[in-house]
Design a protein. Structure first.
Length: 364
């Protein structure tokens, strides 16, 4: 079995680890680490029968993920304090949002940069406040700085000079040059305030009352839509297994409260121009993780019948060998080109790639 497909199968049915061979254990951990799913995997299989060496890796991964979660939430608190005087909505995104809300995708999840969303018309105020609080620009190249400010969906990345932690300040969820233009103001206005570290939801983890109260998170449907936009409509599917796992967990958790949660996601995705991307992501999640997504014939028609092109997406998502190394370079290159094609018009794309090439950038 392809090592990445093995990882997907174990995440789906953790008990499968009890019959793994030595080489399969090696491949499982190698791919999980490469896909930033090692903490998630560890939580899924903790307590099952496994070799002693695997059990030690599981304990270490769980401890590391918990440390990362605490650091991420503290970084969110630092950003909250820096922006508190501006009286503007600040929305936590992705991994830190899941952790702050105690949602199931946060269990063992690797959390990298802090991502926040603020109103576009006030993004300069946010930048000024963060710079005053110790964050600094990462991009020294004038071209990169101008590119971010003119065309991207976020400021140039910032890093804190003392804590060495990155923050990405978004004003929308897709680049301004993208063919799809989501309603960022609508996402912000519908966001949910974190009270005492928690939204008022029925299903949540007891240990989630951490710093970041007073900040916001996207409502459930918009969380899924943002995860889909990041996976399907913007990127080259690098790290896609983790993003797809986020979608699986969110759908499962919120469908327990509302059996028509998928319908809500479809209806909310349509005005953002992201319904086709949502349908694609749901098909992929069902294929890899058995996500209980639903199609509809009324009040809207949404079919989740597999498409022939889905196989190409799965091929890209699972491009790992037994040591966690990237494979299928031609497929990866195709999705790299696709990601840029989605981000900008052809002439702009050609000019941008030529400029980056002259500066010595090469895709991995």
């Amino acid at each position: 079995m392809n090592p990445a497909l093995l990882l997907a199968a174990v995440l789906r049915e953790p008990v499968r680890v009890e019959s793994l061979t030595g080489p399969e254990w090696t491949a499982l951990f190698a791919v999980a680490r490469a896909e930033q799913l090692i903490g998630t995997l560890a939580h899924r299989i903790d307590g099952l029968a496994m070799p002693d060496a695997a059990a030690r890796l599981v304990r270490d991964a769980i401890a590391s993920a918990e440390q990362g979660r605490t650091a991420a939430l503290w970084e969110a608190e630092m950003a909250r304090r820096a922006l508190a005087g501006l009286d503007m909505p600040v929305v936590l995104l992705k991994g830190t949002a899941y952790a702050a809300a105690g949602l199931s995708p946060s269990q063992g999840r690797a959390i990298g940069d802090l991502d926040i969303l603020v109103p576009r018309e006030r993004i300069e105020e946010a930048e000024t406040a963060l710079l005053a609080a110790g964050w600094e620009w990462v991009k020294p190249d004038p071209y990169d700085d101008a590119y971010y400010r003119q065309w991207m969906h976020e400021l140039p990345p910032l890093i804190h000079r003392d804590r060495d932690k990155m923050i990405d300040v978004h004003h929308t969820i897709l680049p301004l040059t993208a063919r799809i233009t989501p309603d960022a103001a609508g996402l912000i206005s519908a966001s949910i305030m974190l009270e005492s570290g928690l939204p008022v939801w029925e299903h949540r983890h007891a240990d989630s009352d951490m710093p970041a109260r007073g900040m916001c998170i996207l409502r459930p449907e918009d969380m899924v839509i943002h995860a889909v936009a990041h996976l399907i409509a913007d990127g080259d599917l690098a790290g896609g297994m983790r993003n797809l796992w986020d979608i699986d967990r969110l759908v499962r958790e919120f469908s327990e409260r509302d059996e028509d949660f998928c319908l809500n996601v479809y209806e909310e995705a349509w005005p953002h121009g992201l319904l086709p991307a949502v349908v694609r992501a749901f098909r992929l999640a069902a294929a890899l993780y058995g996500t209980p997504v639903k199609g509809y014939t009324s009040p809207i028609r949404v079919s989740l019948v597999s498409q022939r092109s889905d196989a190409l997406f799965v091929r890209r998502l699972t491009a790992r060998d037994g040591w966690g190394r990237s494979t299928r370079k031609f497929t990866q290159l195709g999705f790299y080109i696709r990601s840029h094609w989605l981000r900008m018009p052809p002439l702009m794309l050609a000019r941008h790639l030529w400029t980056k090439w002259r500066k010595g950038y090469r895709p991995a």
